[in-house]
Design a protein around this ligand. Structure first.
Ligand code: G6P
Ligand code: ZN
Length: 583
């Protein structure tokens, strides 16, 4: 057995190693500075209780972006020197964020071991490559991101760190082949267990969904399917699940080879960045398609986000979670005994609220960020949740789950078509959405993103909007002057949340203008960008009259958009006459 020593290396702190709940995200050139990653990893070890380090089992993997392989070797060597007992690595360093969550919760090692945490190496939907982003975040033993108490402690540690520990003489471990390699160090044996990236996750999915019914749907001659992994880690799951288990054609998978630079693209599944899929699905007016697939979906770099499309039809994430909640009990075996409750983030449309009311379900509106759902789930209060930012998931794990969302939609389609698989008239994605609107009403919804705006100007715009809120008569006077036929603002505030489980209060979670007819304007600054500021403007309008739910959403929302842009003085503050992305 190869022996190793633990070396103590002196270091000095770096500024700005403050992790959010999505971890620490920086350009690769920042991460590759000598000691930069080391400092963050040691600060994390020092923030955890000794039991979570000494003798512990840790998962280390990610979306495979540039610098991941080097980072994995560094973290293995530091784990060894810090007394970790074993490190679990997905083959080639690949594990999607939801798969990491599943592995922490479900995987049992050959010797009965269970993981107590994970380093996930990802910058999610941000581009990858030598000039792009890298990221690292720590997840806890419930499978969810470290809570603020831990991330704050990590940050404090980064500011005073003087030393880290590393097994410099430990040879690099071959992570391209599965198997266990054992070493011996000062504190005893240390193992690196490289395992198949998909097995545990596939097993979990099979315990949630009725794979046979989905298989039948995919075998139906006029049900065509397309999945785009945008060269992210979802590609490592797409073939095992959609092709090997469910029988989809291999040609229905596009961009499903994980790449370190995501093929040069922006691995974010939305109408702007998932270009190839959007064109295939017949949604690109410049390239009309004769016969697009019936169902299309995409994932982001680490496969926790999803976009669902029908033939020439976009399903908004806000509608998607509402439709999944409305159909879950009938269509998905995991939920057959009922939903514990449902939840959405504040800027997500109120489509889910209407379903919750109708089904008499517990309902929660939380700030943006998956961690708020995790608390509700750990307390048994929430089964299904979602965000407008293309995140959908359930209490099967503690992260949002891109492939789960696709399987949920395929389950609903399979259920709706179960007596109809002879290939005659298929109930389509669009049918399901339109029927949903006819039953529950429609929340017309759009989001305008202004990316990479000057940070100072973005703050000024937000301050202006907060100031306006002090006088509703003044707000309504301005609005009438812009657009006389929109309803009046009845409430304006900054969203604040008191967590029903731990009682913690989160303030300043977005600026809201709530209208008498249920319409909403919400303004937020993104918490995930890496350059300048991103202003997000969310626009929503509720239509109950089923004869009016079929309009084009941009057209239906145009008056409210006009109000939002003028009320916020968007052009004056940012110099922008159009958003960078519209979803
Ligand atoms: C990440 C989080 C999501 C959150 C999103 C918001 O993806 O995991 O829970 O909704 O960021 O991003 P934003 O850029 O709007 O702050
Ligand atoms: Zn992601």
């Amino acid at each position: 057995m190869v022996m190793f020593k633990a070396s103590r290396v002196e270091t000095t702190p770096f500024d700005g190693q403050k992790p959010g709940t999505s971890g620490l995200r920086k350009k690769v050139k920042v991460f590759t500075q000598p000691n930069y990653l080391h400092n963050f990893v040691q600060s994390t070890f020092n923030a955890l209780s000794a039991a979570k380090v000494k003798g512990a089992t840790l998962v280390v993997s990610g979306d495979g972006r540039y610098f991941s392989k080097d980072a994995i070797q560094i973290i293995i060597k530091m784990s060894a020197a810090n007394g970790v007992r074993r490190v679990w690595v997905g083959q080639n360093g690949l594990l999607s964020t939801p798969a990491v969550s599943a592995v922490i919760r479900e995987r049992v090692g050959a010797d009965g071991s269970k993981a107590s945490g994970a380093f996930i190496l990802t910058a999610s939907h941000n581009p990858g490559g030598p000039h792009e982003d890298f990221g690292i975040k720590y997840n806890m033993e419930n499978g969810g991101p470290a809570p603020e108490a831990i991330t704050d402690k990590i940050y404090e540690n980064t500011k005073t760190l003087k030393e880290y520990f590393i097994a410099e003489d430990l040879p690099d471990v071959d992570i391209s082949a599965t198997g266990i390699t054992s070493f011996r160090g000062p504190e005893g044996e240390f193992d690196v267990d490289v395992f198949d990236s998909a097995t545990d996750y596939v097993k979990l999915m099979k315990s949630i969904f009725d794979f046979q019914s989905i298989q039948k749907l995919l075998a139906c001659p006029n049900f065509t399917f397309c999945y785009d992994a945008l060269h992210g880690v979802a590609g490592a799951y797409a073939k095992p699940i959609f092709v090997d288990e469910l029988g989809a054609q291999e040609s229905s998978l596009i961009n499903c080879t994980p790449k370190e630079d995501f093929g040069g693209g922006h691995p974010d599944p939305n109408l702007t960045y998932a270009k190839e899929l959007v064109t295939r699905m017949g949604l690109n007016k410049e390239h009309p398609q004769d016969n697009p697939p019936e169902f299309g979906a995409a994932a982001d770099g680490d496969a926790d986000r999803n976009m669902v499309l029908g033939k020439r039809f976009f399903v908004t994430p806000s509608d998607s979670v509402a439709i999944i909640a409305a159909n879950a009990v009938q269509a998905i075996p995991y939920f057959s005994s009922g939903l514990k409750g449902v939840a959405r983030s504040m800027p997500t449309s109120a489509a889910l609220d209407v379903v919750a009311k109708h089904l008499n379900l517990k309902f929660f509106e939380v700030p943006t960020g998956w961690k708020f759902f995790g608390n509700l789930m750990d307390a048994g209060l929430c089964s299904v949740c979602g965000e407008e930012s293309f995140g959908t998931g359930s209490d099967h794990i503690r992260e949002k789950d891109g492939i789960w969302a696709v399987l949920a939609w395929l389950s609903i389609l399979a259920f709706r078509n179960k007596d109809n698989l002879d290939g005659k008239t298929l109930v389509t994605v669009e049918d399901i959405v339109r029927q949903h609107w006819a039953t529950f009403g429609r929340h017309y919804y759009t989001r305008y993103d202004y990316e990479n705006v000057d940070a100072g100007s973005a703050k000024e715009l937000m301050a202006h909007l907060v100031k306006l809120q002090s006088s509703l008569p003044e707000v309504n006077k301005i609005i009438k002057g812009i657009q006389s036929d929109v309803s009046a603002v009845v409430k304006a505030d900054e969203f604040e949340y008191k967590d029903p489980v731990d009682g913690s209060i989160s303030k300043h979670q977005g600026i809201r203008y709530l209208f008498e007819d249920g319409s909403r304007l919400v303004f937020r600054l993104s918490g995930t960008g890496s350059e300048g500021a991103t202003i997000r403007l969310y626009i929503e309008q509720y239509e109950k009259d089923s004869s009016k739910t079929g309009r084009d959403s941009q057209e239906a929302l145009a008056p409210l958009v006009g109000v939002a842009l003028k009320l916020s003085k968007m052009h004056e503050f940012t110099g922008r006459s159009a958003p960078t992305v519209i979803t």
